[in-house]
Each structure stands twice: as structure tokens, then as C-alpha cells.
Design a protein around this ligand. Structure first.
Ligand code: C2E
Ligand code: SIN
Ligand code: SIN
Ligand code: FE
Ligand code: FE
Length: 353
């Protein structure tokens, strides 16, 4: 498309002259108006590449014209060249204040007219080209980022699935505890981004169980003290597997893997961290994981009644669990029940992850 040049001058002979000059510029189309009000109507619907406007016009002078154009959305950067008489210095200052970019003095010198018009059109084209390029780049970056996020989620989901081949914990357990974790985060007032992060990271909390021998992992009865010491290593294995990534998702997952068996009174493992020194994501997941472990069947135990599991959380608030997390979980009870009903093992095939 040729570059659009708007010319506003109440003197017909000037319009003819300027129009003819613009034709000499490469690839330019002139739109000429003798009436500035008609020019304003046109410019409302168009963003020209250059505006040449006379100062002295009846009804609406060049100063007022520039003020109105600059107020239109999308017209802040259109180059404006104003035509004044030689002795109108104050008018020029005023026009500069309102956003005029350059001036021509009467009588018009053709060479000067062409040089200034060409310069302003060239600068404007370069500016538009850069703006287009920047917005193209921003769009590319957005797309690439979305693609990476999508692939990362898929990879993580496949990783959690791989662990499920060995772990007696089921897919439904992973989904429930992840959603309970999100609920607690919401009730505690964590940001939307953190609520989403914990939902996606929590499924990997027990990934370190892939490093525990079947003899222990799948043992159909109580573990001996020695076996439990081995079992405890799953927290550190998970951390080692997930840590060191620049991905916020894997970083959160690593922190959760390490911290989800810490207890609020400092008697947990692997580090015996206490109270709020335990990262908030881990304190949250501890409540979500234990509640779901208790109410689920395991090779070593039957499923508990819900009431008994709630009692376990309540009586462990302040010793095993962060009391704020227990309170948040119980506050969201209606949603807890929705999740319990939605993510059942035999319904899993029909669940949209
Ligand atoms: P898990 O089965 O996912 O259990 C997670 C946590 O829920 C346990 O962490 C514990 O805090 C709580 N929990 C689960 N079942 C019970 C229970 O019957 N009573 C009580 N009081 N708490 C329960 P914990 O104890 O650190 O265990 C970590 C993992 O070690 C368990 O994950 C499970 O995979 C394994 N494990 C623990 N005890 C036994 C056991 O006696 N036999 C077998 N085969 N595995 C066990
Ligand atoms: C995940 O596996 O990425 C999170 C689980 C879910 O979206 O429900
Ligand atoms: C986060 O990883 O965004 C917060 C978790 C924490 O506070 O430890
Ligand atoms: Fe665990
Ligand atoms: Fe678990």
C-alpha cells in the first residue's frame, strides 16, 4: 500500500501544488482537503503516514487541528508538518507543544517541501517497521513459551505415570492429593499462580519411591524399623531426581518431594525441619497426602473412615501438621467432598486431567 499523505489547506492553489509535489515522492498517495473539518472526519478513520496542515484557516486553524488529531487514539506518532508564515514564531512554539514535528514557511520552496516530506516519511516507515518487528517477536516468544510449558506439563505427567507402574499409590490418589493441595493453597490466600503450581507439582511428591526396592515398597504388612529407614529415603531420592532444574515447576516439585514428610514439631524426615522453616508447599502437601493416604487402601492397611482421618488431622495440628493448613483444609470441606467423589479409581478413565 502506498504511503498516505493528508494535506489540509483552505487555498485551492496550494492544494493543487502540494498534491503535485507529493506525486513526485516514491509510492505516495495524497488526500487533499480544503475544509479542515472534512479532513478531521477522514483522519478519524485513517492513520496517515504524514499530515501537512496549513496554520491560517477559517473555522478551524492548524493549531486546533493538530490538538484534535493528537487526541485521537492511534494518532500520537503520525508525523505532522505545519505551514506558517515567516513571522509566526509564537504560533510555531505553540504547535510544537501540541505535537507538530516540523514546519514549512510560506512561500513554499519546492525543494525544501520535498526534502522535509521525504525525511518524515522515511523516519515514520522505520518506526513502523520496528514496531511491527517488536510485536512479531513478542508474539513468537509467547508462542514458544506456551509450547515449552505444554511440553513440560506433558513430560512431568509422564514421569509421574512412570512412577505409578511401581508405586501402589494409584493415579486417583495423586489427583486427589494434588487437588486437596490446591484447595489448601487457595484457602491460605496464596496467589493463583502458586495454586496452579502446587496442583501441577504435588503429583511428583513420591516420585522417589522408584528408588525403593519392591520387597519394601510392596510389603503387605508393617515395615520393620530398618525397612522404614530405607523407605524414608524416598524423600531425598525424589529431591535428587527433581532438583537443579531452572523450571519453576520442577523446583517446586523438588521442594515438595523433600519436605512432604517433615512434621511441624520437627520430628519428621529427612531433615527434621520445624514449623515455618518447612516450606509452605510442603506443609500443605503433608496434610493433603496423609488425609488421602489414610482414607485409601494400601498394601499394608485398610482405608480409614473419613471421620477418623479428620480426627487424625485435628489431633496432629501443631505437632505433625501446620495448624493453619489443617484449618484451611477443613474450611474447604465442601470442595474436599467434591474432589473425593470426582477422582475415584473406577472413574479414572473418564476423568479429564
Ligand atoms: P503412604 O502410604 O503414601 O503414606 C503417607 C503418609 O500417610 C505416611 O507417611 C503417614 O504419615 C500417613 N499414613 C498412612 N497410613 C497410615 C496409617 O495407617 N497410620 C498412620 N498413623 N499414618 C498413616 P510415612 O509414615 O512417612 O510413610 C511413608 C511411606 O512409607 C508410605 O506412604 C508408605 O508407602 C510407606 N509405609 C509406611 N509404613 C508402612 C508399612 O507399615 N508398610 C508398608 N508396606 N509401607 C509403609
Ligand atoms: C498434573 O498431573 O499435571 C496435575 C494433575 C491435574 O491437573 O489434575
Ligand atoms: C513457591 O515455591 O512459590 C512457594 C513455596 C515456598 O514458600 O516454599
Ligand atoms: Fe511420601
Ligand atoms: Fe502420597
Amino acid at each position: 500500500m502506498p504511503q498516505q499523505v493528508l494535506i489540509v489547506d483552505d487555498t485551492e492553489i496550494n492544494l493543487i501544488l502540494f498534491g503535485a509535489l507529493v506525486k513526485k515522492l516514491d509510492d505516495c498517495q495524497a488526500h487533499v482537503f480544503a475544509d479542515p473539518r472534512e479532513a478531521l472526519a477522514w483522519v478519524t478513520g485513517h492513520v496517515p503516514d504524514l499530515i501537512i496542515v496549513d496554520y491560517m484557516m477559517p473555522d478551524l486553524d492548524g493549531i486546533e487541528f493538530i490538538r484534535l488529531v493528537r487526541a485521537m487514539p492511534g494518532h500520537a506518532l503520525v508525523p505532522i508538518l505545519m505551514i506558517t508564515a515567516n513571522d509566526q514564531k509564537q504560533i510555531r512554539y505553540q504547535a510544537l507543544d501540541l505535537g507538530a514535528n516540523d514546519f514549512l514557511t510560506k512561500p513554499i520552496d519546492k525543494v525544501e517541501f520535498l526534502a522535509r516530506a521525504r525525511n518524515m516519511l522515511g523516519l515514520n516507515q522505520a518506526r513502523k517497521h520496528m514496531a511491527d518487528h517488536a510485536s512479531w517477536l513478542a508474539q513468537e516468544v509467547r508462542q514458544a513459551t506456551q509450547e515449552i510449558v505444554k511440553r513440560e506439563r506433558e513430560t512431568v505427567f509422564r514421569l509421574a505415570k512412570a512412577a505409578e507402574y511401581r508405586d501402589p499409590e494409584t493415579g486417583a490418589h495423586i489427583l486427589r492429593m494434588a487437588h486437596y493441595s490446591q484447595l489448601i493453597a487457595r484457602e491460605l490466600g496464596l496467589s493463583e499462580a502458586d495454586q496452579q503450581l502446587i496442583l501441577e507439582a504435588a503429583p511428583m511428591h513420591d516420585i522417589g519411591k522408584v528408588g525403593i526396592a519392591d520387597k519394601i515398597l510392596l510389603k503387605p504388612g508393617r515395615l520393620t524399623a530398618e525397612e522404614f529407614e530405607v523407605m524414608k529415603q524416598h524423600a531425598v531420592f525424589g529431591y535428587e531426581l527433581l532438583s537443579g532444574s531452572t523450571s519453576p515447576l520442577l523446583q517446586a516439585a523438588a521442594e515438595i518431594a523433600k519436605g512432604h514428610h517433615e512434621k511441624f514439631d520437627g520430628t519428621g524426615y529427612p531433615e527434621g525441619t520445624r514449623g515455618e522453616a518447612i516450606p509452605i508447599f510442603s506443609r500443605i502437601v503433608a496434610v493433603a497426602d496423609v488425609f488421602d493416604a489414610l482414607t485409601s487402601e494400601r498394601p499394608y492397611k485398610k482405608a480409614w473412615e473419613v471421620e477418623a482421618a479428620v480426627d487424625f488431622l485435628t489431633s496432629g495440628a501443631g505437632t505433625h501438621f501446620d495448624p493453619a493448613c489443617v484449618k484451611a483444609f477443613l474450611n474447604a470441606w465442601d470442595d474436599v467432598e467434591l474432589i473425593r467423589n470426582k477422582y475415584q479409581e473406577d472413574l479414572l478413565e473418564t476423568i479429564d486431567l
